[in-house]
Design a protein around this ligand. Structure first.
Ligand code: DGJ
Length: 749
């Protein structure tokens, strides 16, 4: 976990003369051993309150009179000297809702009458399934974070809760380490990273759903009594739901109102439950998906959960996404805190599909270089017997029919053209028609004696197996060692089925849900360490594996195979609610589009892709001289303002959702020295002009010069005016027709 040295952690105490103060400052290792039972009297005398402040947020929790750890506050930052009273458990509600269930616990064990979503549920070797976690002690591993140790009231199961807050954005990282010190194994049936609570109120939940070619749909609905679950049971994070949410209070909107947000850093099966309880409080519990989960811990073993990040903004959903994007750039991505703007890439997939060859790729590379492209990426088809998607996955040698001299001539040519070289791989998969599968049929996820379901005629290699991990790391390491490759597009084209790990005893097989992902992360980390110049893209048939877990190891993601520019506007609107523009790769492809058969101009397609990390994926062999000149001019313009677009503060001025005829987005550099905005009309109806665009986030007192990247303003528009003018008077754009776009920059004088 990354740390934040400036954090101010206040450990307050309800009383002096602390019975447990002696434990403070111990090391976490020593704390895990602390099993002394607390008497009621000791607890009453010592109920610490913990408070974390960062950005505009304060998070506070404390120990109640029973010894449970309870949330006390999560919201807008409060005064530095404000006193937070010690925790007091909530009363019982009649005879059916226990005090234990009504109390908003930080990490509730399933037991003692808990009807809410538990953070942790275990079965002990003797069949006991009751777990009640009480505070034992706490420690400050460094200036920026606190670890709090809980232990079952009678058994030697401890949970260390890790908290770290980012002083800049207030984003809070929480996770848990569960340790079994019982003589016999325990079975963990459910383990969350963290639980959060919101007080009684009216809330709206925003979340993202999708499917292949239809990712990043924003959903918005009131949180009603009962449980709302977002999840993946697929062994991967998935398209269907993304592990992100934003909750608005009352009438919170794009730029106003209280907003709480969260994101789970896990690339396997996950779940976030939103539970409006009997007393109208909202509980948010997120972590491993408990469906088909079972993680045994022998004595001395531990389970580490993923990190569940959360934060708060009083500037609505726009404020929430700006904070999370800033945090991701500064603390999550592999190049944090200063990720380089992404190279503009050319990718050959839509031009050639698997029909790649040395001559064909070189012809495309020459054309790409003439546009000012920085990186040339060869996609699927270069290896094994990969003529179609029915064969070859797993056989990671260069196909001698397609590349008789290996990859070197192509890579050298790409370098001579002043681009670097990237290559597509799909390391976790195998086609049954492959040498690898013929040799190692036991390497795939499977239940012996049962059919092995194929999707895209492929199966999932069980990366949890040490031999599979060694094979995957080995071939990638060799590929990167023997070839001058700067970039891997790491694809992952199917969900799991039959998730058996038959190498293990039956009661250990479900560990596959955790160990597979841990090995994936460790391969990525080791490759990056051994080949520090190599960058990686996370692709999963588009946006099937995008979350803050994979983003610790990958520099960008492929949000969707759907590159139709109009669809992309809506997808980009959804995507940027949760993730930074920097990681959102966006290719310009051919028209009419293969998915919708919609015809659009190259300029329009270019502008839509320039709102992200730009790439070209069209068949350049079919481009006209005019196409080359348009793309070259816009790529040069993009390079000039790229940092502001991809790392600046994003304002969604007009969202394309809900049937809007228009879209407008603006990005403002952190120091407000530059802004870039894009505007689109989807289809002009009844002669309606584009709404006057009032910009946001500028320095009102500074003078900004307006420059067109593409498009025209009304004739009387000044070229120089104050930030206040651009934000209040606004800009009148000349934008009419079908699928029209414009882009401008504003530079501070
Ligand atoms: C799915 C990806 O999303 C595409 O961009 C392409 O790389 C294909 N896989 C290749 O099989």
């Amino acid at each position: 976990m990354k740390t934040f040295p400036l954090l101010k952690l206040a450990l307050l105490s309800a009383s002096a003369g602390l019975a447990f103060a002696v434990a403070l400052g111990s090391t976490s290792g020593a704390l895990a051993q602390t099993t002394a039972e607390q008497t009621a009297a000791q607890r009453a005398a010592y109920q610490p309150v913990f408070r974390l402040d960062g950005g505009d947020m304060t998070y506070a929790f404390g120990v109640n009179e029973r010894g449970e750890l309870q949330q006390l506050y999560w919201g807008e930052r409060i005064g530095a000297n404000d006193k937070i009273a010690p925790a007091k458990s909530a009363p019982e509600w009649a005879s059916h809702d226990s005090s234990y269930t009504n109390t908003p616990q930080e990490y509730a064990g399933w037991g003692a009458g808990l009807y809410q979503e538990p953070a942790l549920k275990v079965t002990f070797a003797d069949g006991v399934r009751d777990l009640v976690l009480h505070y034992v002690t706490s420690t400050k591993p460094d200036e920026s974070s606190v670890d709090v140790v809980l232990k079952d009231i009678s058994r030697a199961v401890t949970v260390t809760l890790h908290y770290t807050i980012d002083p800049g954005t207030g984003v809070l990282a929480r996770s848990a380490t569960i340790v079994n010190n019982e003589p016999k194994p325990i079975l963990i049936e459910q383990a969350a990273a963290a639980g959060y609570s919101l007080p009684r109120g009216e809330y709206t939940l925003n979340y993202l759903t999708g499917r292949w070619a239809g990712e990043w749909t924003l959903n918005s609905e009131p949180i009603r009594p009962g449980m709302k679950v977002l999840e993946s049971r697929r062994g991967m994070s998935g398209f269907q739901s993304n592990p992100w949410f934003a909750i608005g209070k009352d009438d919170a909107g794009e730029e106003h109102g209280e907003t709480w947000f969260g994101a789970l850093a896990w690339s396997g099966s996950w779940r976030i439950a939103f539970d409006k309880d009997t007393l109208d409080k909202v509980r948010i519990t997120g972590g491993f998906n408990p469906f088909d989960f079972g993680y045994p811990l022998k004595r001395g073993e531990q389970l580490e959960t993923p990190i569940f990040y959360t934060g708060y903004s009083h500037q609505g959903y726009g404020g929430a996404s700006r904070l999370l994007a800033k945090f991701t750039l500064a603390h999550v991505l592999p190049q944090a805190p200063n990720p380089k703007p992404r190279p503009v890439i050319y990718n050959s997939w839509e031009a050639t599909e698997m029909n790649v060859s040395e001559a064909g790729q070189i012809a495309l590379a020459e054309k790409a270089a003439s546009l000012g492209i920085d990186r040339f990426v060869m996609d699927d088809g270069w290896f094994g017997k990969r003529k179609t998607d029915h064969a070859g996955l797993g056989d990671w040698y260069v196909d001698p029919d397609k590349f008789p001299h290996g990859l070197k001539p192509l890579i050298d040519k790409v370098h001579a053209l002043k681009m670097d070289f990237g290559l597509w791989v799909e390391p976790e998969m195998v086609n049954p028609d492959s040498d690898l599968y013929r040799k190692h049929p036991e390497w795939v996820l499977n239940f012996p004696g049962r059919p092995r379901n194929e999707q895209r005629t492929q199966m999932v290699l069980n990366l949890a197996r040490p031999d599979v991990r060694a094979y995957v790391f080995g071939f990638l390491d060799k590929l990167l060692s023997e070839n001058d490759i700067s970039f891997l597009k790491w694809d992952y084209n199917r969900s799991w089925s039959e998730p058996g790990w038959d190498q293990m005893p039956p009661d250990e097989q479900k560990k596959v849900y955790v160990e597979f992902i841990r090995n994936l992360y460790s391969i990525l980390a080791e490759l990056r360490q051994k080949h520090p110049g190599v960058e990686i893209e996370s692709c999963s048939s588009g946006g099937g594996r995008v979350e803050l877990g994979i983003l610790r190891y990958t520099d960008e993601v492929w949000p969707s195979d759907n590159t139709d520019p109009l669809d992309r506007l809506t997808q980009q609107d959804g995507f940027t609610r949760a993730y930074p523009v920097q990681i959102m790769l966006s290719w310009v492809t051919d028209s009419p589009h293969w998915l919708n058969n919609r015809a659009t101009s190259l300029t329009y397609r270019m502008l839509v892709s320039m709102e992200g990390s730009l790439g070209i994926g069209a068949n350049l062999n079919n481009w006209t001289a005019e196409d080359f000149s348009t793309a070259k001019r816009l790529i040069a313009a993009y390079h000039g303002v790229q940092k502001t677009i991809t790392q600046g503060d994003l304002y969604r001025l007009i969202s394309p959702t809900n049937g809007s005829e228009f879209t407008a987005t603006e990005m403002v550099a952190a120091d407000k020295s530059q802004a870039v905005f894009f505007a689109y009309v989807h289809s002009t109806n009844e002669g309606r002009g584009f709404p006057v665009l009032q910009l946001k986030g500028l320095d009102p007192a500074a003078t900004y010069t307006l420059k067109s990247i593409e498009g025209k303003t009304a004739p009387d528009t000044p070229t120089e005016a104050s930030g206040a003018w651009w934000m209040n008077h606004g800009i009148d754009l000349m934008l009419r027709g079908d699928f029209q776009g414009a882009a401008f920059s504003l530079d501070k004088k």
